[in-house]
Design a binder for this molecule. Structure first.
Ligand code: ADP
Ligand code: GLC
Length: 494
């Protein structure tokens, strides 16, 4: 396959700025594509919280960004993805990106998010023109980049970028980026694009919908989620668009960064381990985790870990509801890390006070603790109501921590059901999004841990043996990019 020029445009990039798994994906897939010989570059915002250390260099020329009615200029910072040669450009603009947060401040989502991310989309494209580097494909990620394919199809169709194809990846259909129609004129997009088969939903601009209608090809991050979102139950009001574009929609399961998440080389663990040393290695991490979260120091108790955003998507309300019953009847501990919904933070705090030594929790974002929980827990709990792909269950399996998940989206595609008495499965799955179903499955996992230790050990090893790297999925993206390029070049100019 001839090498392609691919531009990633994303609101989050690990290790620079991360809210969730989108950052992990955008921080790792480009490395795998570069290894296949492609020229991949990334554009992101330079938020106020982006640490501009000596690895970043400011480009000498200011970047003009064609949005709104006045002149807007960005300063472009340049770096590479650590451990690679993938160029990363971060756009600095005090008004749009000076604040530290990505999407929301203490009072909720920023009211100018539509303008901020339009600036990102147009800034990324203007940067290509400034660099004289015209990508074959722009790979967009979630609603913040939804207007970009539309820009390529309209405003920029008769420029050097007019032949550039676009691939739009849905990481989470739940967040669609509704905006006032002012955003179209701000983006210099023709007003006639405010119609239901382009950008309009219930009287507003839906930026996700724009991406879904206008990208050359669409992907989402697992095959099962690709099916779910085409149904009214899983489509968040956009299932009809996804059915309309079904022939162009592909589910490709995410890989993981196997260097950052490798128990044999993990700098956050007191004693890194591999399959041969898993029992001893995990025991040391378990003790460290118990100490760090004020849990009773007990090497034998079943310890369940949670690392998650506290959002309704993640189903942690089910865990909150089941927790008192579980703690009354099962000999278990919980190590919980997360932040978000204040109600959930409150319930888990309450549980930690009510059951000292049995529930340990930390509210906030803490990557080193996330690693320690993956290593030090015996089981990993992820009762998601919906889950486009999910990465934490992959990290858990790689760390020898069988996941307990609800059968939805990418969790179906990545965790196979343990079958008692047989050498099968990598975790525990349940179907109903109810607290009793979760309770029963926690009980089943607990019984397996205590009563069938040999089977539990084999379950651990099967998870550790899986290959979660990017090799297979990067090849699928490569193939999809080529299809997108062919389709774009075959589309006549209007
Ligand atoms: P989502 O993107 O929906 O949040 P994923 O499982 O795809 O779910 O990715 C979540 C990522 O965010 C993982 O890398 C996980 O380790 C990380 N993460 C989530 N919550 C926290 C937290 N409180 N502290 C540190 N890392 C977190
Ligand atoms: C989203 C999804 C998650 C997925 C991640 C990376 O945040 O919620 O399931 O793993 O994107 O694609």
């Amino acid at each position: 396959m001839p090498p392609l020029k691919v531009l990633f445009v994303s609101p989050e990039v690990e290790p620079f700025i991360k809210v969730g798994g989108l950052a992990d994906m955008v921080g790792s897939l480009p490395k795998a594509l570069t290894a296949l010989g492609h020229d991949v570059r990334i554009v992101m915002p330079a938020y106020g919280s982006l640490k501009r250390d000596s690895a970043w260099h400011a480009r000498p020329d200011p970047l003009g960004v064609d949005v709104g009615t006045e002149a807007h200029w960005a300063r472009t910072w340049e770096n590479v993805l650590p451990g690679s040669k993938v160029p990363v450009y971060a756009l600095e603009h005090e008004g749009f990106f000076g604040r530290p947060e990505v999407y929301a401040g203490p009072w909720g989502n920023f009211p100018d998010n539509d303008l901020r991310f339009t600036f990102l989309c147009r800034g990324a494209l203007n940067l290509c023109l400034q660099l004289g580097w015209i990508p074959d494909v722009v790979h967009c990620h979630d609603w913040t980049t939804g207007l970009l394919p539309l820009l390529l199809n309209t405003t920029l169709r008769h420029t050097p970028l007019g032949q550039t194809a676009s691939v739009f990846t849905i990481h989470n259909l739940e967040h669609q980026g509704y905006a006032d129609r002012r955003v179209l004129s701000f983006a210099h997009i023709p007003p006639e694009e405010f119609r239901t088969d382009s950008t309009e939903s219930v009287g507003a601009v839906n930026q996700m919908k724009a991406g879904l209608y206008h990208a050359t090809k669409l992907t989402t991050v697992s095959p099962t989620y690709a099916e779910e979102i085409k149904t009214p139950a899983g489509g968040f009001g956009l299932d009809h668009v996804l059915r309309y574009r079904a022939a162009d929609l592909l589910g490709i399961v995410n890989g993981i960064d196997t260097t950052a998440w490798n128990p044999a080389m993990d700098k956050y663990l007191p004693r890194p381990y591999n399959q041969r040393s898993v029992e001893a290695g995990k025991a040391v991490s378990k003790a460290a985790l118990q100490a760090r979260l004020d849990l009773d120091l007990d090497p034998h108790i079943a310890l369940f870990g949670v690392v998650s955003r506290f959002a309704s998507q993640k189903g942690l309300d089910l865990l909150a509801e089941a927790l008192p019953h579980v703690l009354e009847r099962m000999h278990v501990q919980f190590a919980i890390l997360g932040a978000g919904d204040p109600g959930l933070e409150h319930v888990f705090r309450w549980a930690a006070e009510q059951y000292p030594g049995r529930v340990g929790m930390h509210v906030g974002y803490d990557n080193s603790l996330a690693h320690l929980i993956q290593a030090g827990s015996d089981l990993f709990v992820m009762p998601s109501r919906s889950e486009p792909c999910g990465l934490t269950q992959l990290y858990a399996m790689r760390y020898g921590t069988p996941p307990l998940v609800r059968s939805t989206g990418g969790l179906v595609d990545t965790v196979s059901q343990y079958v008692e008495g047989q050498p099968a499965g990598t975790g525990f799955r349940f179907n109903d999004a109810t607290a009793p179903a979760l309770y029963n499955t926690l009980g089943w996992a607990c019984a397996t841990y205590y009563d069938r230790p040999a089977e539990f050990h084999a379950l651990r090893l099967r998870g550790m043996n899986q290959d979660f790297g990017w090799d297979v999925s990067a090849r699928r993206y490569e193939e999809l990019y080529q299809w997108a390029v062919d389709a774009r070049r075959a589309t006549p100019l209007p």
